[in-house]
Design a protein around this ligand. Structure first.
Ligand SMILES: [Zn+2]
Length: 474
């Protein structure tokens, strides 16, 4: 599992081009509301650490896919992105991603609760709701809502970035009335998403009980804890009548009493153990997973916590015990490899990572880590193997900066400076550092045969305009 300080790349956050513009134009006509201008939209979730982990992503894909399929969104390649934040939150913004906080994954005791959250969020996606508006409400900043409303005029006038400056004069209604209509609008969207969510769960033969129980818990939280509430409640107001209506709808389903399979529950518990091991302090892990608890999740959490905080030696003992318990679990080998790699023993990390890559049928993130271990051995003989793994992984993970950085290193070791420059340029580009990306790409062009595929890629980067100068969001 790895955490990134900067999520994907900056322009991935811009509204999804024409499709979204169309959806919002319709919504504007219907309600008089508008989304934030693109310049603001780009900045929204920046700086939030993204958690990348094959085991967790695979599980969440298994949660989300059946729902997305019955919602008719299977072809849109909606990705679930895990944010390294301990509060409870889940949201959609651009029609291509469902964001969920590690805190929500950890709070949810059953797969069904998270599947319920996904069903509800998919309801927002399928309904084409104004995600940016909801996100703005989450920050509860009147100023930004007003700036956003100012965008109405700008949008109608066909203006682009900088729409926020169009002026307050565009707003005729008093602020409180605007807020009331915004809230009423959000409430309507919530009811629609609840209904759609139950429909999707029914269509997949699953219970909506998890969604009801989760929302009931959150509604109670908002009643009894006014000092601090989870961000989810700010975008998802939970008045009692909403939860009651949802419960009535859900209980009417023949699936109400269906439960998750024990296998799925175990995968869920392993995910929670992993998140705790990686994100919690050792004493918190020790409190959550008491020493007398010999379950696999408890041992997983303790092994991860040991590698993070107690050093390699005690960690390896615990990890090897896990491998003994499940000799075909790719993620135990991945953990062993990661512990060895980060513990300064890259040569020893290679074998377990190879095994993890094999057992996971070539999971891209694991192959990237294997290539990183190969690179770190400083052995020129394995540089081509590392480069091959990375080229293949990048086809599936085209926005992973560390894959390009490792690829640059592998090419450098082989003495292929032209491709090293190009890969380094791509690494900078995916990090959002356009200036460095262009410099490196320009140098790569001088070293590559003019017109070759690599030269064309370098040329594309040289011609990229910095985000602020972009006129068309994509
Ligand atoms: Zn909602």
């Amino acid at each position: 599992m790895i955490e990134h300080g900067t999520p994907i790349r900056t322009r991935a956050w811009a509204p999804a081009g024409r499709a979204l513009a169309l959806a919002t134009a319709v919504a504007v006509a219907a309600t008089g509301l508008a989304p934030a201008p693109p310049a603001q939209a780009q900045n929204a979730p920046r700086g939030l650490p993204i958690i990348r982990d094959t085991e967790i992503e695979q599980l969440l894909r298994d949660y989300a896919q059946p729902i997305l399929r019955v919602a008719g969104l299977a072809k849109q390649n909606v990705r679930v992105v895990v944010l390294g934040d301990r509060t409870f939150n889940a949201f959609v913004m651009d029609g291509r991603h469902i964001f969920i906080n590690a805190g929500a994954l950890f709070d949810a005791k059953t797969p069904n609760e998270i599947i319920g959250v996904f069903a509800h969020e998919t309801g927002h996606l399928a309904g084409g709701h104004l995600m940016k508006l909801r996100e703005q409400l989450a920050t509860a900043q009147t100023a930004s809502i007003i700036a956003m409303l100012a965008g109405v005029g700008a949008m109608v006038a066909g203006a682009r970035a900088g729409a926020g400056n169009v002026g307050m004069a565009a707003i005729m209604a008093p602020q409180s009335a605007i807020q009331r209509s915004l809230l009423a609008y959000v409430r309507t969207q919530e009811d629609q998403a609840d209904h759609a969510g139950v429909k999707f769960l029914n269509a997949t033969g699953q219970s909506s009980k998890g969604m009801v129980e989760l929302f009931t818990r959150l509604a109670n939280e908002s009643l009894f804890n006014s000092r601090y509430i989870d961000p989810y409640l700010q975008t998802h107001p939970m008045p009692a009548e909403r939860v009651a209506a949802l419960a009535a709808l859900a209980k009417a389903s023949p699936n109400w009493n269906r439960t998750d399979s024990p296998e799925l529950q175990l995968r869920h518990d392993m995910m929670r153990a992993k998140l705790s091991g990686f994100l919690d302090k050792p004493d918190t892990v020790a409190r959550r997973y008491r020493l007398g608890d010999h379950s696999l999740p408890a041992r997983y959490a303790r092994a991860i916590s040991a590698y993070r905080h107690s050093g390699l030696k005690p960690a390896l003992v615990l990890i090897d015990e896990l491998i003994q318990a499940q000799p075909n679990n790719p993620y135990f080998f991945e953990l062993k490899g990661q512990a060895l790699l980060e513990g300064g023993r890259p040569a020893d990390a290679v074998a377990p990572l190879r095994r993890a890559a094999q057992l996971s049928h070539g999971a891209a993130l694991i192959e990237i880590m294997l290539a990183q271990a190969l690179n770190a051995t400083n052995n020129k003989a394995v540089a081509e193997e590392a480069a091959g793994l990375l080229r293949s992984a990048i086809l599936r993970e085209p926005e992973a900066p560390e894959a390009y950085a490792q690829l640059a290193m592998a090419y450098g070791r082989k003495g292929d400076l032209a491709n090293a420059d190009l890969a380094a340029a791509q690494a900078a580009f995916t990090r959002g550092d356009i200036v460095t990306a262009r410099q490196l790409a320009a140098r790569a062009k001088t070293r590559l045969p003019v017109g070759s595929p690599a030269w064309v890629r370098a040329d594309d980067i040289v011609n990229v305009k910095p985000p602020k100068a972009r006129n068309t969001p994509n």
